[in-house]
Structure formats: C-alpha cells, structure tokens
Design a protein around this ligand. Structure first.
Ligand code: APR
Ligand code: ZN
Ligand code: ZN
Length: 366
C-alpha cells in the first residue's frame, strides 16, 4: 500500500478537494499506474454535481496517460515501465457482445473494482473505474493500452475519453469514408474531435455547426471545410445547400454527428441528413430529455440510420495505438486539444472554465 494525493468530490455539488488516498498494491489482474497527465472531462463535472451516479465520495479524472509502476499476479497485457493510455472499456471476452465479435460493445467491462480508500478507510468510487486526478492509480490491467512512449502525455491521455468519443463517432459509428459528406453540430472538445475524425477518414465537405464563432475557428483548424453559425442562420438549410454544391442532388449530409446532447440539435441533425444518411448522437442527453415529436413518415421516408455512439464505439487496443501513430506522423493534431496545462490543485478552476465554454481541454499535468 502507498499514500498519494488525489482529487475527490466528497458530496453532491461540493467543490473538489485534494486529499491523501491509500492505493493498495495491485492484486491479480491489476496494475498501479503513475499518472503523468489527465484531461478534465464533462463527465467528471457530472460526477461532482451528482444525479448520474451518487456513489460519493468520487475519485475524479479518467482521461489519462502514465507509466505502469507495478502489476499484480497473472498480468501479461502490460509490464512495469510501459507507457499507457487508460481506457474504461476493458473488454470481458465473455459477454454476448464479445462472443459475437463486437468487442467494442462489451457490456460487462472488467474495469477496476473499488479498492482505493481515503486515509480513514472510506471506500472511493473511481470515475469510470479509473480515478486519475491522482499521483498513482489502481486499475484493471485491461484498462491499460500500451502506446508509443514518444507521445506527449497531455495529448495522448485525451484519447482515453472525449477525443476518442468524437473521432470514433466519425470513423467507427458514422463509418465515414472518402466520397461522403459530414456535418458536426456542436464543436466543443467532442465535436471538434469528430471533425478531426471526419478529416482523417477523407470525408468532404466537412461542415462544422456551432453558436460560438470561436468554436467554429477551432473546427476549421481541425479540418472543417465549411462553418455554420447556427445562432444566425438555419443550420439545416445551410447543410443542405453546401452538400448540394459539392454533390449534385444531395439533400443533406451523408453523416450528421450531434455533439451537443439536446433535443433541438438532435432534430436539426435528423433533418440535415441526406436520403439514407446516418445520424450519430454522441452528445449525452440528460435523463429527462425525450426524442422530439417527429412525424413517423419523416423517419421512414428518408431511410438511413439513427445511431448513438458510446465512447466512439472504440476498441482501445485497436484505436489508441493507431491514433497515436497518426499523431506522431503529424496527421492528427492532438496537441491542439490541449488548451492549457494545469496543476492537480486547479481542477475546480477548470470546472469553472468549462461552464464558460472557453477551453477545449484543460489537462492536469503531474
Ligand atoms: N447549436 C449548436 N451548438 C451548440 C448549441 C446549439 N444549440 N448549444 C451549444 N452548442 C455548442 C457549444 O457552443 C459548444 O461548443 O456545443 C458545444 C458543446 O461543447 P462542450 O460544452 O465543450 O462539450 P463537449 O466536451 O464537446 O461535449 C459535448 O458530448 O460527451 C458529451 O457530455 C458531453 O454532452 C456533452 C457533449
Ligand atoms: Zn464483453
Ligand atoms: Zn470523459
């Protein structure tokens, strides 16, 4: 056992605290990882606010990269000294999804059990089975994905959640390819990552939609070919117009990715898709939201697919090393997502900035 500093949310809506945490030695199938960097994700804020899950106290942080310090009995996936990005999809290999070969949909993930405690022995809930605003964390070995150690930790760690969710919505769920058009509604960290994914896939045009001009600028840097300020113009009409300019007869985008998580923007995505186009929902709705009232004939008549994308339908063992490789080659600018590097004591301030929406990602660097 060792004692380290980590950031917890002690109770619903209470400001986070930096406290001492007991990290046990890794047991069978576990690893202790020295955290080098961890991004501040909206989900951490949701945990701190309560509502989605009320197992306080939470150990926050789940978008991280670091070096394996030690491993428990029987661990073969990683060894001490390996540079890893942590994932919250440690596939079980046994559930129905895994058995039919769809490991990215595993619904019985073997993420870490709750074994870290406060100094007085109180059990902690690590966010998404990780808990990485901490000097060292205990995870399941399957949550460690080995990647090229030359990658900058602050950039690499972002693949652990938000950036992967966005890129994966484009390349995995939306299955974008060359010759297909894409529109992304909402260009925060997740939406801009979806734009980057669409660019990697060779999609064109790539239309970025947001109500904030600064976000549209960030989207252009990531590969958007067109931008639409939906506070000023009707985004559905604009998407249709731009796509028809490129592909004669197009009535919208082949893939429309919704990265806000609201019924209005979901409806825009729905009507901006081309005939037989795909709508991908990656923005997380709140539990009280329902599908907007739509004529069933509009669902039926246009054909296509309505999909939700959970963690970008990623398979960490396949997608993390691939994206790090593209980053190392200069084809994916992960550094551009890192708006600022902050200390572990600044998580609360980063949550504040998130409310104002002026950063893509604040990243805690240790
Ligand atoms: N139309 C278009 N864009 C909008 C609208 C709207 N009506 N309302 C908000 N936006 C934009 C914001 O301006 C912002 O750029 O959506 C973006 C949301 O981005 P962030 O708040 O930075 O959130 P992000 O981290 O990108 O996550 C987006 O995905 O994973 C989920 O929980 C996350 O639901 C959230 C979503
Ligand atoms: Zn499984
Ligand atoms: Zn997250």
């Amino acid at each position: 056992m060792q004692q380290v500093k980590g950031v917890i949310a002690r109770a619903k809506d209470a400001p986070v605290e930096l406290v001492t945490i007991n990290v046990p030695d890794p047991g069978p199938g576990e690893a202790v990882v020295t955290i080098q960097a961890c991004g501040v994700c909206h989900t951490d804020l949701h945990y701190r606010q309560g509502g989605i899950n009320d197992e306080f106290p939470f150990l926050l942080g789940h978008e991280a990269a670091g070096v394996v310090e030690s491993v428990g009995e029987g661990v073969t996936e990683v060894a001490p000294g390996d540079f890893v990005v942590l994932n919250w999809r440690a596939v079980c290999g046994q559930c129905r999804a895994c058995k039919r070969g769809d490991l990215q949909y595993c619904f019985a993930t073997h993420n870490a059990k709750q074994r870290m405690t406060l100094e007085d022995g109180t059990e902690l809930s690590p966010a998404l089975g990780i808990g990485a605003f901490i000097e060292k964390t205990l995870v399941a070995a399957g949550q460690c994905t080995k990647v090229d150690p030359e990658a900058r930790p602050a950039a690499a760690g972002l693949l652990g959640c938000g950036v992967m969710a966005g890129i994966g919505a484009a390349i995995n769920t939306g299955a974008l390819t060359r010759g297909r058009s894409a529109a992304v509604i909402g260009c925060g960290g997740v939406g801009v990552a979806a734009v980057a994914g669409a660019a990697l896939a060779g999609a064109s045009p790539i239309i970025a939609v947001d109500i904030d001009p600064a976000k549209l600028e960030a989207a252009t840097k990531m590969g958007a070919t067109h931008t639409v300020d939906s506070s000023r113009v009707d985004p559905v009409e604009e998407i249709k117009r731009i796509c028809a300019e490129t592909y004669e007869g197009a009535e919208g985008a082949d893939v429309v990715i919704e990265a806000v998580g609201r019924p209005e923007t979901w409806k825009q995505a729905f009507y901006a898709r081309d005939l037989a186009g795909t709508v991908v929902l990656v923005g997380v709705p709140t539990p009280d939201m329902t599908v907007p009232d739509l004529p069933l004939i509009d669902v039926f008549g246009r054909g296509g697919a309505l999909k939700s994308s959970w963690y970008g339908d990623c398979l960490p063992s396949r997608d993390f090393p691939m994206l790090i490789d593209l980053y190392r080659q200069g084809r994916l600018d992960l550094d551009a997502f890192v708006t600022e590097e902050i200390g572990i004591e600044d998580v609360e301030a980063a949550f504040e900035k998130m409310h104002h929406g002026d950063v893509l990602r604040s990243v805690v660097v240790l």
